[in-house]
Design a protein around this ligand. Structure first.
Ligand SMILES: Nc1nc2c(c(=O)[nH]1)N[C@H]1C(S)=C(S)[C@@H](COP(=O)(O)OP(=O)(O)OC[C@H]3O[C@@H](n4cnc5c(=O)[nH]c(N)nc54)[C@H](O)[C@@H]3O)O[C@H]1N2
Ligand SMILES: Nc1nc2c(c(=O)[nH]1)N[C@H]1C(S)=C(S)[C@@H](COP(=O)(O)OP(=O)(O)OC[C@H]3O[C@@H](n4cnc5c(=O)[nH]c(N)nc54)[C@H](O)[C@@H]3O)O[C@H]1N2
Ligand code: SF4
Ligand SMILES: [Mo]
Length: 747
């Protein structure tokens, strides 16, 4: 007997609605849910393989606890006992900062990851927080923090209405998009072209996305900030600046004009390897389009000037009047956002409120660079104050492969007093843990996109309950994280429901005191009694929906959103296209968009120096494959093989010059080490640039990734030594990295 269950896909940021076929408790097929209000039936090969991802036999079924040096199956009770016994002595002896927390990418794809890590961090009181954000989008958070006063206020290109889209360092035809949640991104780009719009792609590789473009600019890696600064220069020089309706909300335009004066198209041409005429054309096209949006992603973030490039993306949107207008780049309004407060000056965004112990890196958004994790563990206390990280909690993270210099981190993890990993796999990182707590597979978990709805090209809200019940012996990831929080913070054994109850009490306590809240002045007890949901996490979702911008305000807006109303709409509720919202989202001290914030102005001299830089050798960039996802999907046979391989792309001219032949192994050497991968000669990379995908290197002992180990690939991040960072955000430089090639056994 088979049945159908709906489930939002958690495998990438596109958040497609899936219709799963369930036989017994197994997912036997997945297709796109045609009635999904947002994805309308779209599905990609990863979503179609949901069943295989879900039922991977290598997924751990029980907790593992290390005994006599070996990880062995254990009960949940034994596992949490071991967490309490491992973490508490470290906190008591060395203080809270000696417990590190590493949060990986899938936390933004789970209900558990949205609701519990902040509670854990608050209760631990540690400053040793490291996340995937600092190998990804931290530059964007910092630029948004500085421009808008809110690190999470990230404008999203209005894909469905824009007339002109400029994509920088993004390849949504493979990645399905990022910081821009859009099911069927490829279809939306084709629709843009079909309605007469234009697409420009800036990427050192001629990607599938670039092939779709009207104009592709194969820039030299790492130089986007120069190109974008020159475009801003042209807008000022040619009198193309038109803030439009933004004018009253923006300050600093004159100072900005001065700041970009040196960056003429001619002066950046050699560094970027982009003709001055092309740069001028890019600026004119942007200004001339009825509406336009500039959008930058990985290739513009994970570079030495990542924050400046991210800032310039929005600067160009602002100077052309495209920020916050339909067809431009707008701020989404998610159903679980906080009640919007009236516009006005805010607290602003502070950077560097503390620094990392060893490298002295400034915190950004409360985080330290993931690149600095190894040194924070393996550098003993010296002159600097503070203790090394001695215990580590990793949740959905595989930094041994995803962060620079995995070999060093590998050794550092082995030296910890205690480590616990919440992870479904025994992989390159979790193999070091003393305790592994495996979450259930996705079909057994609920789904709501707390994070991605704040980045979606259309306002909408969807929630799916677990498609199949928890297998016997399984524990929901929400409960795992609640129990972990209690065990790590001296409340081991308390009822995990107490964690949710505490959050609800605190949230309502604040809301009733807030004059702008729909529940101002009401009794928190009476409101708590109104919450519905089968469990703590659902009641918390109900709470957020009801207090949110579309919520029922606990009865003040009777037709507003509640969990019950959402459950009655299994394919989701459409909340309409993105709408202009300024000045409400601004939280800067001035209450305006601050075009030239101090830390940005202070970083511009470094960009000016880059005008003279010319790499004399090859530089490395990354790439993504549609049927893969970071480090953890190489274990699913249905998603491996074909073009999804860990090969080194290089241009025929470079291959010829270096004597490299396609299919033969090449040794690639970088500052952090060397790897050997088969060469793939292709003119899709520009001359001077080579490309390796990340997330490979599944050949370490002690893991349980049976299929991935048969074709392990190499870890590209071993080429990095972790010293190259964007200074403002602490983000790792993963693109535009100098490397040397030698054909193995060649000349
Ligand atoms: N060279 C290079 N390096 C890169 C990048 C690059 O472009 N180039 N990209 C960077 C980017 S953008 C990112 S986001 C990072 C990602 O870095 P990470 O977040 O460290 O890596 P992932 O491979 O996403 O690993 C996620 C981990 O979560 C586990 N997991 C999967 N599903 C679940 C779940 O439901 N619950 C829990 N608890 N765990 C789960 C997986 O088994 C895996 O161990 O990598 C970065 N590294
Ligand atoms: N299939 C698949 N989908 C994914 C993921 C995955 O691993 N696989 N990962 C997910 C995650 S965590 C993220 S963050 C997103 C990322 O989403 P995207 O940012 O779209 O990811 P990439 O495909 O890495 O695209 C980055 C592009 O930047 C180019 N590039 C490199 N250096 C430079 C440069 O200096 N300048 C410019 N202009 N371009 C440059 C690269 O050639 C590459 O084409 O994808 C998500 N979706
Ligand atoms: S595009 Fe992303 S969300 Fe949609 S089916 Fe594919 S992996 Fe899932
Ligand atoms: Mo990412």
């Amino acid at each position: 007997m088979s049945r159908t269950a709906l489930r939002i896909c958690p495998l990438c940021e596109a958040t497609c609605g899936l219709a799963l076929t369930i036989d017994g408790t197994a997912v036997t097929a997945a297709r796109g849910d045609r009635d999904d209000v947002f994805s309308r039936g779209f599905i990609c090969p990863k979503g179609a393989s949901f069943g295989a991802v879900d039922s991977d036999p290598d997924r751990l079924r029980t907790p593992l606890v290390r005994r006599d040096g070996e990880l062995r199956e254990a009960t949940w009770e034994e596992a949490f006992d071991a967490v309490a016994a491992g973490v508490r002595p470290v906190v008591e002896r060395y203080g809270p900062h000696s417990v590190g927390v590493v949060l990986g990418n899938p936390n933004v794809h789970t209900v558990a990851g949205a609701l519990y890590p902040n509670v854990l961090l608050g209760a631990l009181g540690t400053r040793s927080l490291f996340t995937a954000s600092t190998v990804d989008q931290m530059p964007k958070h910092v630029s948004s923090g500085l421009l808008f006063g809110d690190a999470n206020a990230i404008p999203v290109p209005d894909l469905d209405r824009t007339d002109h889209l400029l994509l920088i360092g993004a390849n949504p035809l493979e990645s399905n998009g990022s910081l821009c949640t859009a099911p069927d991104f490829p279809g939306r780009l084709k629709a843009l072209k079909a309605r007469g719009g234009t697409l420009t792609v800036i990427d050192p590789r001629r990607t599938r996305t670039a092939k779709l473009a009207d104009r592709h600019v194969a820039i030299r890696p790492g130089t986007d900030a120069l190109l974008l600064a020159a475009m801003a220069h042209v807008l000022f020089e040619e009198d193309l600046v038109d803030l439009g309706a933004l004018a009253p909300h923006v300050e600093g335009a004159e100072e900005l004009a001065d700041a970009v004066r040196d960056f003429t198209p001619e002066s950046v041409a050699a560094a970027c390897d982009v003709d001055a005429g092309v740069t001028r054309a890019l600026a004119r096209e942007l200004a001339g389009a009825p509406t336009a949006a500039v959008y930058g992603r990985i290739g513009s973030c994970t570079v030495p000037h990542g924050t400046l490039a991210s800032w310039l993306v929005d600067v160009l949107n602002i100077l052309t009047g495209n920020l916050d207008r339909p067809g431009g780049a707008l701020f989404p309004q998610a159903a679980t956002d906080r009640t919007p407060r009236p516009a006005g000056p805010g607290h602003g965004f502070a950077l560097g409120r503390w620094r990392s112990r060893v490298g002295g890196h400034p915190e950004a958004k409360g985080e330290l660079p993931l690149s600095a994790l190894a040194e924070e563990i393996d550098t003993p206390t010296g002159a600097e104050a503070g203790e090394p990280v001695r215990a580590l909690i990793t949740v959905a993270a595989n930094p041994v492969l995803s962060a620079p210099d995995g070999d060093r981190l590998d050794k550092a993890l082995d030296s910890l007093d205690f480590m616990v990993s919440v992870d479904p796999y025994l992989n390159e990182t979790s193999r070091h843990a003393h305790v592994v707590l495996p979450p259930p597979p996705p079909a057994q978990s609920p789904h709501h996109d707390f994070a991605f709805n704040t980045l979606a090209v259309r306002n909408q809200v969807r929630y799916t309950r677990p498609a199949v019940p928890l297998e016997p012996g399984r524990m929901a990831e929400t409960e795992i994280l609640a129990r972990l929080t209690l065990a790590a913070t001296g409340m081991h054994g308390a009822d995990p429901a107490a964690v949710d109850a505490m959050v609800i009490e605190q949230t309502l306590g604040k809301a009733v005191r807030d004059p702008h809240s729909p529940v101002h002045g009401r009794d928190p007890g009476e409101l708590t009694a109104q919450l519905t949901g089968e469990n703590g996490p659902e009641r918390r979702l109900d709470l957020m929906l009801r207090l949110g911008p579309y919520g029922d305000g606990f009865g003040t807006r009777p037709d507003g959103l509640t969990l019950q109303r959402l459950l009655a709409h299994p394919h989701g509720i459409d909340l309409g296209p993105l709408r202009p919202r300024l000045p409400q989202p601004l939280k800067t001290r001035s209450g305006r968009v601050e075009l030239l914030p101090g830390p940005i102005a202070d970083d511009l001299p470094r960009l000016r120096q880059a005008l003279a830089e010319r790499p004399d050798g090859l530089v490395l960039v990354g790439r993504r494959h549609l049927r893969s996802n970071n480090s953890w999907m190489h274990n699913v046979p249905a998603l491996t093989g074909g073009s999804n391989r860990c090969t080194l792309h290089l241009h025929p001219e470079d291959a010829e010059r270096l004597g490299v032949r396609g299919g033969e192994p090449v040794r690639v050497k970088g500052a952090g080490g060397e790897v050997t991968a088969p060469a793939e000669v292709t003119d899709t990379v520009r001359p001077g640039v080579v490309s390796l995908p990340h997330g490979w290197g599944h050949d370490r002992p002690g893991t349980r990734l049976t299929h991935a180990a048969t074709e392990p690939g190499v870890n590209v991040n071993q080429l990095l030594d972790g010293s190259m960072l964007d200074p403002l955000s602490g983000n790792a430089v993963l693109n535009g990295v100098p490397v040397e090639l030698t054909p193995v056994g060649g000349r």
